[in-house]
Design a protein around this ligand. Structure first.
Ligand code: FES
Ligand SMILES: [Fe+2]
Length: 460
């Protein structure tokens, strides 16, 4: 494979001599890492470029010539599947004068025509033709420098497509390491061990992207920030006493739930030990929104003993599987963090469907299960997410005060025997600990300090 090694031209003032060890300490970080636009610019290369970043899901482009637009940091991309099935991450940027060539979210096409002057590219990134070629001294379609830039390394893990510009990064599988196990478990409970992504539900907040990642494993805030959601979920059903995240109402550190740092910035919040392990145990904590009881009753009368485990397929698994820097699998949804600027971020939620891979569910049950899965979005993804986004915006506001410099992430720090370092190098602690923040931000610092070997690729 040939790569174009990149030494990016930078603004003269964009080479600051940050004291990274001063900004990111053992148990606290400086406000600059959330508020400084130059730190953000560097992150777009050293983090969103330097490590594997989630780009799209294979179920969004199941057929030859399907495509979906995405981003790698701020870089606009088109994720294509060519006629032979090869997946590429093309820069959505015309090689002529730089405009985006694809301006729709998704579709099926073998080629993309630039709307500005009509240069035409195949979905492999090759320039196929241009209007009135006699106006150029050379034949542009013969010179690979006019083919679209591509992310040089694109790999999938069980349907999740990632890319990196770092040609020295380990393979995706090695990079995921121990976090593969919870991903596998999250997928394996579904027929055929897979999910299909639904359409996106998009939010935006005025705050740094790391505020969302900091929160993704935070078990300390739940009962304070989401109290109204927990109360609402438990008010809907007369018989319910423990719906949704109710288990957080008592001291969460006294429960068997835990947070585990999984290496390379990834972390895992496992709340499954708080569930009763029985068919229907997962469905039992699912808050019912009006109309859902009807399907539940239908299942129980139509399918007898099987009903409970079928309903579990619609339930939201109580895990947060956080894959640094931009992907979270939680409940039966996935969430993608998309930076926009140092103080603006999009969080995009996708519901997931299951397929009746071996024909054991039948069409009616499958439709009902997938409808119920979609309706679980009426719980946390809509009514909990807004609580979190409000916190992120208010943190960004609080951090505008320059004299009060530090953010503490020291919950659970320096308490003897509180944290376990396991044999595979992962670190485990009680549910409310901020150990996952201390660990992931150390990985962030390592990448920010690194002189990375960044490249792009073009078809030849
Ligand atoms: S900018 Fe695309 S053809 Fe000119
Ligand atoms: Fe939250």
């Amino acid at each position: 494979m040939t790569f174009e090694r990149i030494k990016i031209m930078k603004r003269p003032q964009a080479e600051p001599h940050y004291d990274w060890d001063g900004l990111v300490q053992e148990d606290r970080v400086h406000r600059f890492i959330y508020t400084d636009p130059v730190v953000f610019d560097m992150e777009m290369t050293n983090i969103f470029g330097g490590t594997w970043v989630y780009l799209a899901h294979e179920s969004q482009i199941p057929n030859p010539n399907d495509f979906v637009t995405s981003k790698l940091g701020l870089r606009p991309l088109i994720i294509t599947r060519d006629e032979k099935g090869t997946i590429r991450a093309l820069y959505n940027r015309c090689t002529h004068r730089g405009t985006t060539i694809c301006r729709v979210d998704k579709g099926n096409n073998r080629a993309f025509q630039c709307p500005y002057h009509g240069w035409n590219y195949s979905n492999t990134g090759k320039l196929r033709g241009i209007p009135w070629p006699n106006g150029y001294a050379e034949k542009l379609t013969k010179d690979e420098k006019y083919n679209l830039a591509q992310v040089p390394r694109v790999e999938s893990y069980r349907g999740f497509i990632f890319g990196t510009l770092n040609i020295e990064a380990p393979s995706l599988v090695d990079h995921l390491g121990p976090i593969k196990k919870p991903i596998d478990e999250w997928l394996n409970r579904n027929p055929g061990g897979k999910v299909v992504l639904c359409e996106a539900n998009r939010f935006k907040y005025k705050g740094n992207w790391k505020l969302a990642y900091d929160n993704s494993g935070d078990g300390y805030h739940v009962i304070y920030s989401h109290r109204s959601l927990v109360q609402t979920e438990n008010r809907f059903d007369d018989e319910a006493t423990e719906k949704g995240m109710s288990y957080y109402q008592t001291d969460p550190d006294a429960l068997p739930i835990y947070i585990q740092y999984m290496g390379n910035g990834h972390h895992f919040k496992d709340k499954r030990p708080a569930l009763k392990k029985r068919p229907g145990g997962l469905w039992a904590i699912e808050p019912l929104h009006p109309g859902m009881e009807h399907v539940q009753e239908k299942f129980r009368s139509m399918y007898g003993e099987r009903a409970e485990s079928m309903l579990d397929l619609a339930g939201s698994e109580p895990v947060n599987i956080n894959i640094f820097p931009n992907l979270s699998l939680l409940g039966n949804h996935i969430q993608v963090f998309q930076p926009v600027s140092f103080d603006e971020t999009e969080t995009v939620w996708y519901g997931t469907k299951i397929e009746d891979v071996d024909g054991t569910l039948g069409e009616e049950a499958l439709t009902d299960i997938n409808a119920l899965r979609m309706r679980t979005q009426e719980g946390f993804p809509n009514f909990g997410e807004v609580d979190d986004l409000t916190n992120f915006e208010q943190i960004q506001r609080g951090l505008t005060a320059p004299e009060d410099e530090w953010i503490y992430m020291n919950r659970g720090y320096a308490i003897p025997d509180r944290i376990q370092i396991l044999e595979n190098g992962t670190v485990k602690g009680p549910a409310t600990d901020e150990l996952f923040m201390r660990e992931y931000i150390r990985e962030w610092k390592r990448l920010m300090k690194s002189d990375l070997n960044i490249a792009i690729k073009r078809e030849v």
